[in-house]
Write a protein that binds this ligand. Structure first.
Ligand code: NAD
Length: 421
């Protein structure tokens, strides 16, 4: 607690805040639809008297969402959604601008959990989560499960899956909007955002050539599709592993080699896990990899690769570059691990670019306002973003890019509705 206060005071006074301000402004300039949404709504201060609790990766894009929520009248408390992804200059900037921020880079798991609890101590009316760690505490830690929460929004696939599991057990105690499931979120953020920022993270960490390398993309969901597409664009020979026959078929039709991990592990040069599933790269897979193979993860949690084997059971582990651990296995083979197996695009780079986060966070702001207005009639279930919000964000995004589209003519509408043609 004392350490935390010292930390907050330190960052408030630090020069870091100036660099954070420049990054915030850069992001806001490139998040036009979020900026326009905030500017349009702020006159009426729709969030006045409301406390919002955020558990999100503290990046320059997130700072635009948090400052925007404050401009709409909310009291804002926020923590990181991962111990390694906070950008300290952004945390400093937010701290000096009235946001109650409990986040810094390179936290222990204990500090990370403590910061989530600090946010819950503000008694937030609405939560915005990324991965559901805050929601898990508000449901299952005794001192927080009496908090009067109107509802929550959830940013990512992994969090939506966890919250649906709570719902299925009949234990969800307030409504949740799965922002991840909006078309204008996962089709762009998960695919293009993670696609680009994963290349960025891997390059900053290893700075080796992608062209000619065999890259194994594990999982061909929204994230995997974006990552595979961008690796192909870099000139890599992309291999996909899957457990879903439909997704495997799609990857095959998209031109990728599809095989099992037990085969792929022997021939891949670079591995990128994108599944949200536990242990998709096992000890046995790691032992069978080529000497010098590089492994990393961009799924939400650090459970996809057996990092315990690499970091605790290797003969030696050396940090050979920033966010790159050289793990020398007992058979003297070297395997390189990016960002200790945590979201490589955020740990080794800066996460998604502002243009895609503008769509994701417009969904967040509008879903928060939706919960505020409708929570009394909403059921305690995980539901999607209302289609009218999703569609409006797509229209706003097109306008921001100066793109016009056609509308159906009267004749076409009649044609569509007539079965007797
Ligand atoms: N790093 C980021 O910035 C970022 C952004 C968005 C989502 N995510 C996270 O990435 C993960 C994937 O998200 P998504 O939206 O692509 O989910 P998704 O459900 O669309 O895709 C996951 C895919 O993994 C496959 N899969 C599951 N187990 C597997 C296994 N053992 N081997 C191979 N494939 C397997 C599934 O069949 C599915 O096709 C989640 O944890 C999500 O929260 C991270």
């Amino acid at each position: 607690m004392l350490l935390l206060l010292l930390y907050v005071n330190k960052i408030k006074n630090s020069k870091l805040s100036n660099s954070g301000e420049l990054s915030y402004k850069w992001a806001r300039n490139h998040m036009k639809i979020l900026d326009a949404t905030i500017n349009k709504l702020k006159k009426n201060k729709p969030l006045e008297g409301i406390t919002l609790g955020f558990c999100l990766h503290i990046t320059k894009e997130t700072s635009v969402l948090l400052m925007g929520a404050k401009e709409l009248g909310a009291k804002v408390a926020a923590c990181g959604a991962n111990p390694l992804t906070t950008q300290d200059d952004i945390a400093a900037y937010l701290a000096s601008n009235g946001i109650n921020i409990f986040a810094w880079n390179n936290q222990s798991n204990k500090e990370y959990n403590h910061c989530i609890e600090r946010v819950l101590e503000y008694k937030p009316n609405i939560l915005t989560d990324d991965g559901a760690d805050m929601n898990i505490k508000s449901h299952f830690v005794k001192k927080y499960n009496a908090l009067d929460i109107m509802g929550s929004t959830e940013e990512t696939t992994a969090g939506v899956n966890r919250l649906k599991a709570i719902e299925q057990k009949g234990k969800l105690r307030y409504p949740v909007i799965a922002v991840n499931n909006a078309y204008t979120k996962h089709m762009f953020d998960n695919k293009y955002g993670t696609g680009q920022s994963t290349i960025d993270g891997y390059l900053r960490s290893m700075n080796l050539l992608f062209a000619s390398k065999r890259v194994v993309v594990v999982g061909y969901g929204w994230v995997g599709k974006g990552v595979a597409m961008r690796c192909k664009g870099m000139g890599s020979k992309v291999i996909v592993t899957e457990i879903s026959a439909i997704k495997a078929l799609e990857a095959h039709m998209d031109g990728f080699d599809v095989m099992t991990m037990s085969k792929a592990c022997r021939i891949g040069d670079i591995f990128i896990t994108c599944t949200g599933m536990i242990n998709v790269i096992t000890k046995k897979h790691l032992e069978n990899m080529k000497d010098g193979a590089i492994v990393g993860n961009v799924g939400h949690f650090d459970v996809e690769i057996n990092t315990k084997f690499l970091l605790k059971e290797s003969k030696s582990v050396n940090e050979v570059r920033a966010n790159l651990s050289e793990c020398i296995l007992n058979n003297t083979k070297k395997i390189y691990l990016i960002g200790r197996g945590r979201v490589a695009n955020l740990v080794a780079a800066e996460g998604h670019p502002p243009e895609v986060m503008a769509q994701s966070f417009s969904n967040q702001i509008l879903s928060i306002l939706y919960i505020l207005k409708n929570h009394k009639t909403m059921k305690n279930v995980v539901s999607g973003v209302p289609l009218e919000i999703d569609r409006q964000i797509a229209i706003n995004a097109l306008h921001a890019m100066n793109i016009n589209i056609d509308t159906l003519t009267k004749e076409q509408k009649n044609y569509m509705n007539d079965w007797n043609l």
